[in-house]
Write a protein that binds this ligand. Sequence first.
Ligand code: GRF
Length: 219
Amino acid sequence: MTEKRKVGILISGRGSNMKALINAAKAPDYPAEIVLVISNNPKAKGLELAKDSNIKTKTISHKDYQTREEFDQKVTHALEEAGVELLCNAGFMRLHSQQFVETWYNRQLNIHPSLLPALKGLNSHQRALDGNLKITGCTVHFVRFEMDTGPIIAQAAVEIRPEDTVETLSDRVLQAEHQLYPEALRQVASGKAKIVGERLIQTGNGIQQAPLFSPPLTK
Ligand code: GRF
C-alpha cells in the first residue's frame, strides 16, 4: 500500500481511545501509523499503555507554561519534530489556542461522547439521562476553535435503556467509540473523507439498512 500517514495522539487520562487507534494501526493495510502520544498530564494512565505498545510518548505539562499559546507551541513543535501529519485528540482535556487550531486545521480530529451538536462539553451522559433522551452516542469531528464543533466525520448511535446509569451508559458508548474512532481516522487518512469548504465529502460508504428505534418497536 501507499505510505501511511503519520499520526500524533493527544491524551490527558485513561487513553482507551488512544489504545483503540494504536491497535487498529497495527493492521498492515491501515492507512495511518501512530508515531507519537503526547500527554499534558504526567500521571495519565494512557502513557503507560502507549509505552507498552512501543509507541513514543512525551509529557508536556501545561503547568510549566505561563500561557496557553506557549504550551500549544511546545506541543506543535514536538508533533512537527516527529513528522506528524494528522492529529487525534483522545480525551485531551485542554482547550486550544486559535493559532493551534489554525496550524492543524482539517488535520486534527476529536472524539466526543454524544451525538453532536447535542450535549457539547462535559458530563454528556449525565445530561443525556437527565434529559430523558432515548438515543445518544459518539461523534468524531474535525476540530474548530469553538469546543466540540467542526465538520462531523462519523457518528455512532447508542440506545439509552431505562435502567441505565452514567456508568452503564458510558461503558456502552465507549465500546462504540473504540470502533468509531479507528474507522473515522481510516477514512481521513485514506482520503475517503475530505473537507470541501466546511462540508465533509465521503466516498465509498455502504448504506445502513436498519434505523435504531429506542424503545424498540413492539409491533
Ligand atoms: C471519551 O469518552 C472521549 O469521547 C472523551 O473523553 C473520553 C476519553 O476516554 N473525549 P479515554 O481516555 O479515551 O479512555
